[in-house]
Ligand binder design. Structure first.
Ligand SMILES: COc1ccc(C[C@@]2(O)NC(=S)NC2=O)c(OC)c1
Ligand SMILES: [Zn+2]
Length: 263
């Protein structure tokens, strides 16, 4: 799909080091969400996702995470409402995780770390024709962030976990169809935080309206362990490196306000 463009391939490599600053970065991600500093906004509506599982296409190990990619050439899988003015198309989702259950998420809540974080990536199809355009614009992307915590096995996630060994190495791709990502959303959809931020890997463009769900989803320890069995490295490389700790260090708030949809 468009969002797995050649551009993304060229931009991503796991061991890029901080501080890879976006010049003049005023709205970088991820951040810590401070409960006492966030501001309840009663005008924030619930957001609406309409995902068609038939748009699910493949899983790709891009050497930094694994992406589940959707056909984003039509409006079959969309996100609207919440803090958003426009209609956004789902193009991919991916995760960030740690080497153990102590850390792994990119965002934190009052400094609380989760073992992993899901990002559902959408681009503004009302204003732009392609994902590649949208990533360069300040209202171009909307990403739903969902925290993962260790608990009972997540039945919906298991289909994805079972496919991961087929994409163990960087640049491997496997067909993956009929997956409805709404099974990865928490029950309470109307409690979230939202703020203006950025991509968390190069090109770090400040194009993202973040929607971070308050309620985490539960996954089992064994399911997270399969995430950690993936590799940053391709099959040809001699030294294999486990794909773990693929999260960015937190960035300064620089005066931004995090709004909450709940009081
Ligand atoms: C060229 O376009 C890109 C490049 C990287 C990413 C991945 C990421 O940086 N963005 C988020 S969100 N988490 C990440 O790791 C991307 O995702 C929308 C789009
Ligand atoms: Zn991400």
């Amino acid at each position: 799909s468009a969002c797995s463009s050649r551009y993304v391939r060229s931009q991503l490599h796991p061991m890029w080091q901080e501080p890879l600053e976006m010049p003049g970065g005023e709205r970088q991600s991820p951040i810590d969400i401070s409960l006492r500093k966030s501001v309840f906004d009663p005008n924030l509506k619930p957001f609406v996702t309409q995902y068609d599982p038939r748009t699910c296409q493949q899983i790709w190990n891009n050497g930094y995470s694994f992406l589940v990619e959707y056909d984003d050439t039509t409006d079959k899988s969309t996100l609207r409402g919440g803090p958003l003015e426009d209609k956004f198309r789902l193009c991919q989702f991916h995760f960030h995780w740690g080497e153990n259950n102590t850390w792994g998420s990119e965002h934190t809540v009052d400094r609380h770390l989760y073992p992993a974080e899901l990002h559902l990536v959408h681009w503004n199809a009302d204003k732009y024709a392609l994902f590649e355009e949208a990533i360069m614009e300040e209202n171009g992307l909307a990403v739903i962030g969902v925290f993962l915590k260790v608990g009972k096995r997540h039945e919906g996630l298991q289909k994805l976990v079972d496919a991961l060994p087929a994409v163990r190495h960087k640049d491997s791709v496997v067909e993956f169809t009929k997956f409805d990502p709404s099974c990865l959303l928490p029950e309470s959809m109307n409690e979230y935080w939202t703020y203006a931020g950025s991509l968390t890997t190069p090109p770090l463009t400040e194009a993202v309206t973040w929607i971070i769900m308050k309620q985490a989803i539960e996954v089992s320890h064994e399911q997270l362990a399969v995430f950690r069995s993936l590799l940053f490295t391709s099959a040809e490389e001699e030294v294999q490196k486990s794909m773990v700790n693929n999260f960015r260090v937190q960035q300064p708030l620089k005066g931004r306000t995090v709004r909450s949809s709940f009081s």
